[in-house]
Design a binder for this molecule. Structure first.
Ligand code: 9L3
Ligand code: MG
Length: 135
């Protein structure tokens, strides 16, 4: 069987020892859940380029991809989530409801479990929390 699986990049955006969590406002079945912001890699883009573009579009910030968190997490039959850590390079993240977010939180390692993460984001969030805690 050969189906084309598209990659969704999620950004573990880091700033001053905290991780950005974004609350989805859409689609209805995901609204209110928290995610690592990002979206689908477009044809002709690398995953890192998509990450930079998505964070610019969704949050109005400039980010620098750092490293991929090992693993990949199926979202649907045709979508898989890859996660990179990224550094906030410029700007102040703001949620844009038209870009599917209605709240943001910068979480310290102790606060990582305080939000209701999307199921598929949880392993990567746990790994980022471990890295932040262990330095
Ligand atoms: N998704 C899951 N976790 C994430 C991201 C960025 C996305 N960290 C899921 C939600 C949608 C699909 O992937 O079902 C496409 O994401 P988007 O393009 O709506 O952000
Ligand atoms: Mg998105």
């Amino acid at each position: 069987m050969s189906v084309s699986v598209r990659v969704v990049v999620g950004a573990a955006l880091l700033h001053q020892g905290r991780l950005l969590a974004a609350r989805r406002s859409a689609p209805p079945e995901l609204a209110g859940r928290w995610e690592l912001p990002g979206g689908k890699v477009e044809p002709g883009e690398t995953a890192e380029q998509a990450l930079v573009r998505e964070l610019r579009e969704e949050l109005g910030v400039e980010a620098e991809p750092l490293e991929r968190i090992p693993g990949q997490w199926p979202l649907r039959a045709d979508l898989v989530l890859w996660v990179w850590t990224a550094r906030l390079a410029e700007g102040s993240a703001q949620p844009h409801p038209l870009q599917d977010h209605d709240a943001l939180r910068w979480l310290s390692p102790a606060e990582m479990a305080d939000v209701d993460w999307l199921d598929q984001d949880r392993p990567a969030v746990a790994e980022v929390a471990r890295r932040l805690t262990e330095g």
